[in-house]
Design a protein around this ligand. Sequence first.
Ligand code: HEM
Length: 139
Amino acid sequence: MSQPDDSGAIATATGPTPYQRLGGDGAVRALIDCFYDLIDRDPAYIDVRRLHVDLNRSRDKLYWFLSGWLGGPKLYVERFGQPRLRARHLPFAIGVTERDQWLARMTRAMSERQIEPELARELLQALALTADWMRNRFG
Ligand code: HEM
């Protein structure tokens, strides 16, 4: 399983990748669209929403990143090089509240997209480490 960084995929050496288990490109895009629709709709995610200026750009970037992270085409790396996600998040104040809102809406997006529960559990466990690694302020 993963370490709390962003360098590679969470795919294992054998068997289908998480990208394949999820259903490939269309399913990844649908998950990200659902994830970002939630921030727009739901006031519970206001702290995360206010940090994002251009949600359409953010949608694309998270989709490109997750495609590679899940073991599919490395769309983000092709465009921007190494993700260096922690460094790229430093301009945004991310504490426990923002981390938990991010994870809550990803959990809900997976549920709305009816991702198979065992796969959702594995992905959320790995994403929780990455989201926690992104924290750059107390509280
Ligand atoms: C597993 C956790 C996370 C992943 C995989 C992730 C992924 C990404 C990626 C790929 C980008 C685009 C970076 C770039 O090229 O500029 C990004 C931007 C961003 N992320 Fe995250 N992120 C995570 C957690 C968080 C958390 C906890 C917050 C807190 C609110 C957050 C807020 C933002 C913001 C504000 C941007 C800038 C968006 C923009 O440019 O409009 N992220 N994130």
